[in-house]
Every structure is written in C-alpha cells, then in structure tokens.
Design a binder for this molecule. Structure first.
Ligand code: OGA
Ligand code: NI
Length: 337
C-alpha cells in the first residue's frame, strides 16, 4: 500500500522496528575506509589508448569508476535531478497513483527493495521506469511534475549514448572488437531507478540499500553532488564514493562479469543514509534483451572448458534475481558451469 512509502510521512523521529538490522548485519560506519576512492576516467582527454587502459584497470580492480567529460550535458543532469526532487515532493495522493510492490510492473513507485519478500525494510523510496523504447513507455510515465516526461526522456537518450560508448571502451579493453558487447547484448533494455533516501533517525541501524550487485550489464549512476551515501566493497573493506559534481559513477553489472568470463567484477555496493539530509540518486541500467544468450567469447575462455559460467538468457537470470533477497549470495554463483 502506498502509505508504506517513507515519503508519505513527514520527518521520522524514531526508526520503526522493521527497519532495524540484526546486530551482525549493521553498516558499522566507523569502519568505512576514509581517503580511499574509486578511480576517475576522463573521457574527454582525446587519448583513447589511455582511456581504454584506465577503464580496463578500473573494471578489473574495482568494478566501479567515475567518468568526467562524458558528453552528457550539465543542463540535462541539472534538470534530471530537478524533476527527481520535484517528483518526491509531490503530495502523497499524487504519488500514490504510481505505487506498486509488483516487480513485474514497468512503471512503479515503491519502497525498500522488494517488500513482499523481505523481512527487514530499507530506508529508500524509488520510482522505477522502463525507458526503451521511449515511445512505448513514456505515455505511462508520471505527467506530474509537468516537465517530467520531456526532461527524463532527453536524459535517457543521452545516457544510452554514453552507455554504448563505454561498452565500446570496455570491449576494447578486453581485447575484443569495439562492438562486441553491444552485439552480444542485442537490442538493450534500459531501466531507471530514481532513488530517494529521506533523512533517517538511526543510520547505524539500517540501510538505504543493503549490499548488492546489479543484475544488469552496465549501471550509470548520477548521485547527489552534495550528499554522499554510496559505498563499494574493495578487498573486504567498504570504501566511500565521494560525489563529484557532474560526474557519473559507472559499475559493471552481473552480465558484464559473465561476458568477460569473470575478468571484470560486478562488485558489492550499498547505500547508507544519514540523519540530516535527504539524498537523491538516479540509476540507469542497461541490460541485455531478454532473448540474448549471455556467454563469454572463446577469446576470453580459451574454449568451453575455461568458461566460468554456463550460457543463459537474461530472462532466466532476471527471474532468478527478483525471486531472491537483495543481500543473498552473488546471483551469478547460480550460473557457474
Ligand atoms: C542501485 C544502487 C546506489 C545509490 O540503485 O542499484 O546501487 O547510491 N544505488 O543510490
Ligand atoms: Ni546497485
């Protein structure tokens, strides 16, 4: 029900019990590394060999990197964040129209992760949209705020281009031809999650999003330029991803880990919350078309015997992903060959 939304209530003074994680699962914020960061790749440097090298290193060693000079306009970014904030400020009745807890729905406002499955809630509301092809989905997107459809469609187009460009760079960094990944994924789906994390009375006891890996191929995250919250697991240690104004955070999803035969990692990440400030992030997910067979090329497996994962379709994978809890074992483990 829509009144489960965090944004249905004003400020919360205490954390309801069903958000409290058992002691061993808490974020232990004091133990998060300070001063470490994920790499940044400057896509505007003009030095393609260097961009490919730096991207490959980031994908192998972190599974995460930030990009700057990425070609998505400042204006698009600013307007996207603007309509995202405006959407969550709408009156409750207006938002309630979009509420659903059915993960199969292509447009829905929801809360936590998968309220029907989970035992402990997460401190997040989110609006999830299918975004490709735009003509198919935009008519059903929210028409309030009035600029929502226009701003978000433009943003989606620019982000898709950036995604394809990155897939070219990632393909080449694996020694594959530039279009390899794009071809392997077929006519790609594109989804968006606008994540809204309200101020939380007890950030030590709960999560915005608990540790998870992304099930799709590539994620392009626009995070709040002022309020930090994203953390990435690196060699057993959580590190913070400092917000950089106008940068995108890029991460390898499970499908690229499979396509790269495990060379590139879809790593665990989480979002933590804070007491004073709300935080907004916009995640764009590029994903294989449902029927594409995901299988690492021979060049990377050295033959069937060297394949870490069996071939599978994204439809099969996605079904498995949503049938589980977000913070269980890595979903790809279930597809080992
Ligand atoms: C996600 C995600 C992180 C964030 O939506 O998959 O990891 O900072 N979001 O909101
Ligand atoms: Ni994620």
């Amino acid at each position: 029900m829509a009144d489960q939304l965090l944004s249905a209530v004003g400020r919360h003074d205490t954390l309801p019990a069903y958000y409290v994680r058992p002691e061993p699962q808490r974020p232990r914020l004091a133990e998060v590394a300070a001063g470490e960061n994920i790499p940044t790749v400057d896509l505007g440097s003009g030095d393609r060999a260097r961009i490919i090298r730096e991207t490959g290193e980031a994908c192998r060693n972190y599974g995460f990197f930030q990009v700057i000079n990425h070609g998505v306009s400042e204006e698009s970014i600013r307007r996207m964040m603007g309509v995202g904030h405006d959407f969550f400020k709408l009156p409750h009745e207006e938002k309630a129209l979009h509420y659903s807890d059915d993960p199969a729905k292509k447009i829905r406002l929801s809360t936590s992760f998968n309220v029907k499955k989970e035992t402990v809630r997460n401190w997040r509301d989110y609006l999830r949209l299918h975004c490709y092809p735009l003509e198919e989905f935009v008519p059903d997107w929210p028409s309030n705020p009035p600029l929502f459809k226009e701003v978000v469609s433009n943003y989606c187009k620019e982000v898709r281009q950036l995604g394809f460009r990155l897939m070219g760079i990632i393909s080449e960094s694996l020694g594959l031809e530039e279009k390899h990944i794009e071809k392997a994924l077929g006519e790609q789906e594109q989804h968006m999650a606008i994540n809204y994390y309200p101020p939380c009375p007890a950030p030590e006891l709960t999560y915005g999003l608990p540790a998870h890996t992304d099930p799709n191929a590539l994620t392009i995250l626009l995070q709040d330029s002022e309020v930090a919250g994203l953390q990435v697991l690196r060699e057993g240690q959580w590190i913070k991803v400092d917000p950089q104004s106008s940068a995108f955070v890029i991460n390898i999803g499970d499908q690229l880990q499979a396509l790269s035969n495990g060379l590139y990692k879809s790593v665990w990440h989480r979002a933590v919350v804070n007491t004073d400030k709300e935080r907004l992030s916009v995640a764009s997910f590029l994903a294989p078309c449902n029927t594409a067979e995901i299988r690492a090329p021979e060049k990377l497996t050295g033959g069937a015997a060297g394949a870490v994962y069996r071939g599978f379709t994204y439809a099969e994978y996605y079904k498995k992903f949503w049938s589980r809890n977000l913070d269980q074992d890595h979903c790809l483990e279930l597809f080992k060959s």
